[in-house]
Design a protein around this ligand. Sequence first.
Ligand code: ADP
Ligand code: MG
Length: 257
Amino acid sequence: PPRVVVITSGKGGVGKTTTTANLGMCLARLNFKVVAIDADVGLRNLDLLLGLENQVKYTAMEVLNGECRLDQALIRDKRWTNFELLCINKPRYKMPLGFGGKALTWLVDALKKRPEGMPHFILIDCPAGIDAGFITAITPANEAILVTTPDITSLRDADRVTGLLECDGIKDIKMVVNRVRSDMIKGEDMMSVLDVQEMLGLPLLGVIPEDSEVIKSTNRGYPLVLKNPPTLAGLALEQIAWRLVEQDSMKAVLIEE
Ligand code: ADP
Ligand code: MG
């Protein structure tokens, strides 16, 4: 069966969408079939990060209303054709009334039953916060990637979210620490990855350094992991994909550049 992974954080702007887009691309490049679902309905931007915004003709809402087939709403990436994107709604729309965990679970089940074969990974990009949109996004998932940055506000939200995920029966939770700066850690101006891990008590899937290349790739709609020559953050994201596949985690040693 496919692995249904929700990428979540609690706090906004910590790197969920960046992680979803790049992880999806890496997994596709490793020959897995991947569907990424943008469940951040209010602030939809996974399509932008992937540079696919002009190709969104149909969304899950039209599928649920019987106005198109599921495969019409799946946007196939031209670079890696085993990567597909599903948006819930057109941009600048609010969360549609009646769209909740049940509807998302129905979509995930429909993806599993596709005649062209079920995907290996279904990645769900979760909205920030812990209200209805969050609950919807985590409902069909059986594992979670918790993205956090090494600061107390992000960590407090991450801790809260971990509790909610566990309540929902999601026991497989791994964390990604994003925007880490070794110079600041050395100067004791930033929490170390080890500190973060001790606070959250979760297995560490990976560490992504602060890297201006991430912002450039966001603005270009070109996922960082496709960039040649590779970048620091891109390599970190690639390792995260590997560890996800191998159900592995890493030790929180001091990350040297
Ligand atoms: P979220 O989906 O959690 O709201 P995003 O993935 O959209 O967060 O990232 C928010 C912003 O932070 C984006 O502009 C992105 O380019 C930037 N960003 C994310 N990770 C990094 C990083 N490691 N280094 C530098 N900028 C980053
Ligand atoms: Mg996002």
